[in-house]
Design a protein around this ligand. Sequence first.
Ligand code: ADP
Length: 349
Amino acid sequence: MTSIYLSRLAKFLRSTTSRLAMTYLLIIMLMSLGFSVVFYNASVRQLRRQVPPPSYYYRSSILPDDFGNITQNVEEFFRERTEEGRQVLLVRLVWLNLLALSVGGVVSYLLARKTLQPIEDSIESQNRFVSDASHELRTPITALQTTNEVALRKSKLNLAEAKELISYNAQEAAKLKLLSDGLLGLLKQDGKSPAVAPVSLQDVVTESINQVVQLAQKRGVKLDDEIPKLKILGNKQVFSQVVTILLDNAIKYSHEKGTVYLHAEERGKYVYLDVRDEGIGIKASDIPHIFERFYRADSSRSKEDHTGYGLGLAIAQRIVERYHSKIIVKSILNQGSSFTLRIPLANDN
Ligand code: ADP
């Protein structure tokens, strides 16, 4: 039992938190001890100052006969008081330092935890990111490896089989590209706050529509847009990336031949850009998670033609946070979803 506690204690003492706490405690104790030494020396010096005889005796022309004795007694008395005062001061300072040690220990530990928490969170998030990314990468790579190995084991491969294999390889390579683009997109959104400028919302939306028009045609989805002439405060390229992500999802998760509506309006200091579809919708329990990296609702996973890695909304969320914007989601399963982008309005509208 004792050995368990000892090993736990040893582990704790070796931990980064305890080492940082010790450093903080060392600083607190050095300050406290330094202050105590200076205070003690100054006080003792003051206490030991020579006490002059009362001025009354000097002013009086007649000195009492036993003046010598009196001054000796007084000096003796003051010496004792000084010594007593010095000892009391010393004991109090020792107590004060013991108190500083115990309170400082707790404070140092709490401070060390507070300092290290964000660093630990960030390391944990990085590790999770690497592990999630590796997991997602492994699936297409394994599929590629297996199919190619099976093909290689065949003694003969006719033209049709070879073409099928190449087409499969191309599809998997495209998935890997999509994933690596998503990962890079996520990484790009970390860093300092970007510069903003007034940008035409119509330009942003046009650029996004150009990106998704082929997918919409492929799925027979109609795009219905109604964007007034407004200027937002942001960056054209970056906001069109966000709108593209929302449009791409709206098209992907729409029923074939459905319609995706794009509508914007000015309200107060913001522009609200709504991307609405009448597709598969999102379960209420999934909504809080859809902005997490690699999160995909079961309904989207099960549909084979819905390609994606659950990175789009995570990227969009990071972008909007950096530009003082927000994404508001409303969705009803099997009825459709609406993703509303709230962006600061530029002053020169
Ligand atoms: P993905 O690449 O899987 O689309 P996203 O991060 O863009 O990744 O979206 C995360 C998940 O949110 C999707 O897998 C899907 O389950 C859900 N989702 C996002 N947009 C919609 C939408 N318009 N309709 C239904 N589900 C959606």
